[in-house]
Ligand binder design. Structure first.
Ligand code: FAD
Length: 471
């Protein structure tokens, strides 16, 4: 009989796992029944583009970067390169709000030393980086401790804290360097320092004929699609239409006759289905709930991965009366500034298709672990607060022509110090349940590129393990 593989969750992780399963199984001449259950009425998870008054409003992610190849490879496999929308060059111009004004993030060593974002002492401390103390042995160091040790407290406050806020909406003193930024962790260990590492990498890249310069941002080009990021999940779910069942929640998992037995909830009705392999492509807290009956140990380990709440406030303006050219990618705010938003993205400058002609769009981010209570304000109060903050930070006081608030109550998983140990505990328990897989942004990377890579690896593992002959 054809084996059955069930995937719970139709975000990018679940949809991609299904896509790669179809690909690897057909390449191996294997067949399987692949079913996806998604609790919401639409697939896509966090990737949702909302059209309103000619604006394309991203509910969650802005796009993916080309600094890793995985999303771009997927786009090419799907034959939708023609629908890609690369960000404009303005994406390289990023700002930090400090001391009551926006400072451009320097892109070159010369502009770094000319910039007054950091005090002279703060800049000199960064220069001293090659002589900084090495990493403490055997410690899962926090991002905060790492930055203080290598770059000094001011660089932590004005550079690293906003960066961690922009990606995780998290607290650098609680988050693990190794789990959040494994490349930086490895760079220090391999080359003995960040400057040494970057110089060596540049040299290696030049030798390999690559032309990549320094950038104030994370590197690579930010990519979206003409119709917004949802294009990717729409295309993936379109390919899987037969096996995709929305409005169905996987409530709990148990074992029966050597198979996994799932209890499903569909429109208030309970049902059951059994399966040979199960991929939980749902958030860690949802997986924790679903696995309580199967294994309290794994359920408890999963519940140790917290999420930060974030809300996105989209504001549309008449460009002419706005009084700000939105000349760049947007800005982030260090916590020491004590502002009520975390920063704002100038969406219509980066992707011109986000706003109709003559209009501009910004999206402010509110909440995170810094101020979780603000993320859950009612929409009206949240928009009001954001308008006040936009007036202070950007000098924009014109009334918006559009205002919408999007809530991510459990928005972004936090890879805290000890995250690696949590993953080890989870993997040790999973080894007791062959055929059970966890794949979402909660474990080994939160960027879309990471989700795509982990999905491909999960699909390849399933193809290897499901058909392996019993020993
Ligand atoms: C505001 C915001 C901005 C972001 N910006 C970027 C960005 O610019 N670039 C970038 O690379 N990344 C960004 N990210 C991160 C990225 O969007 C996510 O990491 C990624 O979309 C997560 O995909 P996922 O499939 O793992 O999880 P999700 O998208 O959360 O999908 C999980 C799915 O599981 C479903 N589900 C839950 N429980 C059950 C159940 N019991 N049964 C069945 N289904 C269930 C959910 O409804 C959901 O559809 C951003 C995230 C947020 C919140």
């Amino acid at each position: 009989m054809m084996p059955r593989i069930v995937i719970a969750g139709a975000g990018i992780s679940g949809l991609c796992t299904a896509h790669y399963l179809v690909k690897v199984l057909s390449a191996a001449g294997r067949e399987a029944e692949i079913l996806i259950f998604e609790t919401e009425k639409e697939p896509g998870g966090k990737m949702r583009t909302i059209r309103d008054g000619g604006f394309n409003l991203e509910w969650g992610p802005n796009g993916f970067l080309t600094n890793k190849p995985y999303s771009l490879d997927l786009v090419r496999e799907l034959g939708i390169e023609g629908r890609l929308a690369p960000s404009s060059d303005l994406a390289r111009k990023r700002f930090i709000y400090s001391g009551g004004r926006l400072h451009r993030l320097p892109e070159t060593p010369q502009s770094f030393f000319a910039s007054d974002l950091l005090s002279l002492a703060g800049r000199l401390r960064i220069l001293w980086e090659p002589f900084a103390q090495g990493p403490p042995p055997g410690v899962d160091e926090s991002l905060g401790d790492f930055a203080r040790r290598r770059l000094g407290p001011e660089a932590l406050e004005k550079l690293l804290d906003p960066m961690v806020t922009g990606i995780y909406a998290g607290d650098p003193d609680k988050m693990s360097l190794r789990s959040c930024f494994p490349l930086i962790h490895d760079l220090e260990r391999k080359y003995g320092g960040l400057v040494k590492g970057m110089v060596s990498l540049q040299r290696e890249r030049r030798k390999a004929g690559e032309k990549r310069g320094m950038s104030a941002g994370p590197g690579g080009i930010l990519m979206s699609f003409d119709d917004g990021v949802q294009t990717l999940t729409d295309v993936l779910s379109g390919l899987l239409s037969e096996g995709l069942h929305t409005n169905v929640a996987v409530e709990s998992v148990t074992r029966r006759d050597g198979r996994f037995l799932l209890s499903l909830l569909e429109g208030g009705q309970r049902g059951e289905i059994d399966t040979d392999a199960l991929v939980l492509a749902i958030p860690a807290y949802a997986a924790s709930g679903a696995l309580t009956a199967l294994d309290p140990g794994i359920s408890e380990a999963l519940s140790a991965i917290p999420y930060s709440p974030v809300s996105v406030v989209a504001l549309g303006y008449e460009q002419a009366g706005m009084g700000n050219p939105l000349d760049g990618f947007g800005f982030l705010i260090p916590r020491g500034e004590k502002r009520k938003i975390l920063g704002a993205l100038w969406d219509s400058s980066v992707f011109p298709n986000r706003a109709p002609d003559g209009k501009a769009l910004i999206r402010a981010i509110v909440g995170g672990v810094r101020s979780p209570e603000l993320a859950s304000l009612p929409a009206g109060a949240l928009i009001h607060l954001t308008l006040e903050e936009i007036a202070v930070t950007m000098g924009v006081t014109a009334p918006p022509v559009l205002s919408r608030a999007f809530f991510h109550e459990k928005g972004i998983p936090q890879y805290l110090v000890g995250h690696g140990k949590v993953l080890e505990r989870i993997d040790a328990r999973l080894a007791e349940f062959p055929g059970l897989y966890l794949n979402s942004n909660a474990y080994r990377g939160i960027a879309l590129n990471d989700c795509v890579l982990q999905s491909r690896l999960t699909a390849e593992r399933i193809a290897r393990e499901l058909y392996a002959s019993p020993t």
